[in-house]
Design a protein around this ligand. Structure first.
Ligand code: ACM
Ligand code: ZN
Length: 622
């Protein structure tokens, strides 16, 4: 009887354990809306076939074929239809449950994998399937049986990249888009112009790149170091040709990523003014230099001169030719009013238009650009400063200085994209609270946990106002990011958290499982393919002080699957020549003494985390 009860208990534990871990086991990011584990598995081998129903589906089928060939040297045959013993079938049926363009269903059972979805949905079904494949050099390609129904929480899931402060080759821009698409992000916000460089070829105004794409030198170190600015003395610059831009836009479209160009106006315009100084305030403005320092500059486009608008419209004509995106981002942030206050042209405009002040002049500027773009069938997005002096009638607001801009815009019935600095969505901020252990960055904290635990839709909106929140985006400003490796370092693992808050249901949030299982697994994949990323600190310990004679450190876990934990008790920074943590470690301190335990994670490829410190203090003997 005792034995029977024990077996029953074991059985219950087994089932309970399984139910608990159904979605953990699959480690999908972003976590799907619905996942049910099946029994058995599908085995991909040389006899398996990839089926499709129409030409659209065939494209996705070919992507899988390519992936299997590249990753496992397995060349599978394609076929029209789903016949056969071992088939992976892609289809886009007219089904009620797949009404949404981005939703998909994926079912894996012995002998058959079926992926259903339309357009982006089918593509996302493939992305999920790719995440279920075993790692690169696995001997057998088994996929556990599962049934997934999935759709996104938000329609807009964005990632931004500033290429003005530093630029990156087209090959890397494509890689950036690959990262987005693999995690179901669908809008690439390409920040193409700013004070420090104009990066898009405009044929009508060749000086924008001939002059505006190059700066004499670049600031080094943090820019808030007071008057002791430091420069590298090295010219820097470059731009994307129209041909390259077309190539990027087409590449992104094939991955269901829309590219939104941003052309900054009226502020952040020094590079353009260096090329065409007559577009600044006053009668004989300039000369201007492309900025070598970071920050906000007082010279902006003049809002009084007709020439400013004619030029910007000419620029936007070419931009619209290059980018099919219905959204064009016109900036609008951080535009000082100093020059406008002193400019006869701007003051005349204020008077003629019956405007109250320079804030209303900014609103006039933005509304005029909106009117032009609307007349060509496009919509504008602007940073939340476009609320000042009155919103343009059809503008979408990107809320960055916190959530208040987003709330105000939604309350006025405007669409909003949330990218709040205060929610950790500025990926140029540092990923840990330990300043000294991070590479140079803009400062402020935006760690993985902060991003993951943030809620894109702000509190304080009514349910009917929720519909104006189109989605969420993270921004990557590159003042302190000169290399592609550093872009990747700042991106990962935070991109995982972004993908999840953008796609998955908020009620599926579980920080421990996300960081300990799913992130750890995905980082192991990046580790294998040589993508740079930040290794999160060891799991199971935070910086702590404990008052006791001894303490046992239990259940530490590496933040990267397959990684190892090393520790020291001598206050040195641990490395792979130190003690390896393989189970509970007890440390002790003599009366009146301290013992410092420090632990790091080292990934399979040798990447190292910051250390976590536990300080044990033993009270002096009485
Ligand atoms: C911004 O960060 N200036 C939009
Ligand atoms: Zn002016």
């Amino acid at each position: 009887m005792k034995r029977f009860i024990l077996s029953l208990l074991m059985c219950l534990l087994f089932f309970y354990g399984n139910a608990q871990s159904a979605s953990d086991k699959f480690n999908i990011i972003p976590i799907p809306a619905e996942l049910n584990q099946g029994t058995g598995h599908f085995k991909i081998d040389a006899s398996s076939k990839i089926g499709y129903t129409n030409q659209q589906d065939k494209k996705v089928a070919e992507l899988l074929q390519q992936h299997l060939k590249n990753t496992y040297q397995l060349k599978l045959a394609l076929q029209k239809g789903s016949q056969g013993k071992s088939v992976i079938h892609f289809s886009s049926p007219e089904s009620d449950t797949l009404r949404l363009r981005e939703s998909y269903e994926l079912s894996v059972s012995p002998g058959r994998i079926v992926v259903k979805g339309k357009e982006a949905g089918l593509y996302y079904g493939l992305q999920t399937l790719l995440q279920l494949l075993p790692e690169k050099n696995s001997k057998s390609l088994d996929i556990p049986a599962v049934s997934i129904k999935d759709q996104p929480l938000y329609a807009y899931r964005g990632l931004h990249l500033d290429v003005s402060r530093h630029m990156f080759p087209v090959s890397f821009i494509k890689k950036y888009i690959d990262y987005m698409a693999a995690y179901k992000l669908n809008n690439f916000h390409w920040h193409l112009t700013d004070d420090q460089g104009w990066r898009i070829e405009i044929k009508k105004y060749p000086r924008l790149t001939a002059v505006g794409a190059y700066r004499e030198e670049t600031m080094i170190g943090r820019h808030n170091q007071g008057p002791n600015y430091n420069f590298d003395g090295t010219p820097y610059g470059g731009f994307y040709t129209q041909q390259e831009i077309r190539e990027v836009v087409a590449y992104a479209a094939a991955k269901h990523v829309n590219v939104i160009p941003e052309l900054e106006m009226p502020g952040h315009a020094l590079a353009a003014l260096a090329a065409y100084p007559e577009l600044a305030c006053g009668d004989r403005p300039g000369p201007f230099k492309v900025a070598a320092a970071w920050g906000v500059f007082e010279d902006v486009f003049c809002a009084g001169k007709e020439q400013t608008f004619e030029t910007l419209e000419g620029i936007l004509d070419e931009v619209m030719e290059l980018f099919p995106s219905s959204y064009i981002h016109i900036g609008g942030d951080e535009s000082p009013k100093v020059r406008w206050k002193a400019c006869a042209h701007c003051q005349k405009r204020i008077k003629e238009q019956g405007l109250k002040d320079e804030h209303e002049l900014q609103s006039y500027f933005v509304q005029r650009m909106e009117k032009y773009l609307n007349s060509k069938g496009r919509k504008i997005i602007g940073w939340d400063e476009i609320l000042e002096g009155g919103l343009a009638p059809n503008a979408t607001v990107m809320s960055w200085r916190g959530e208040s801009g987003g709330i105000a815009a939604a309350k006025q019935g405007h669409d909003v994209i949330m990218t709040a600095h205060s929610n950790g969505l500025y990926f140029d901020l540092q990923q840990s609270l330990r300043d000294q252990q991070e590479p140079l960055n803009i400062g402020g904290y935006a760690g993985l946990e902060k991003v993951y635990l943030s809620e894109p839709t702000p509190k304080g909106l009514t349910l009917t106002e929720h519909k104006y929140i189109l989605g969420v985006q993270a921004n990557l400003w590159t003042e302190y990011i000169a290399t592609t490796k550093k872009v990747e370092y700042m991106l990962f693992p935070r991109l995982f958290a972004l993908a999840e808050i953008a796609w998955s249901k908020p009620e599926s949030k579980q920080w421990e499982k996300f960081s300990g299982e799913r992130v750890a697994t995905h980082l192991a994949t990046l580790d294998k393919v040589g993508t740079t990323y930040r290794v999160p600190e060891v799991i199971g310990l935070r910086d702590t002080s404990i008052h006791a004679p001894s303490y046992t450190i239990e259940r530490l876990q590496p933040s990267v699957k397959g990684g190892k934990i090393y520790y020291t008790i001598d206050n040195f920074d641990p490395g792979d020549t130190d003690l390896e943590y393989t189970g509970p470690v007890t440390i002790s301190a003599a009366a009146g003494k301290e013992r410092i335990f420090k632990a790091v994670v080292i990934s399979p490829s040798g990447r190292k985390s910051n250390y976590i410190t536990l300080k044990l203090s033993n009270a002096p003997a009485k």
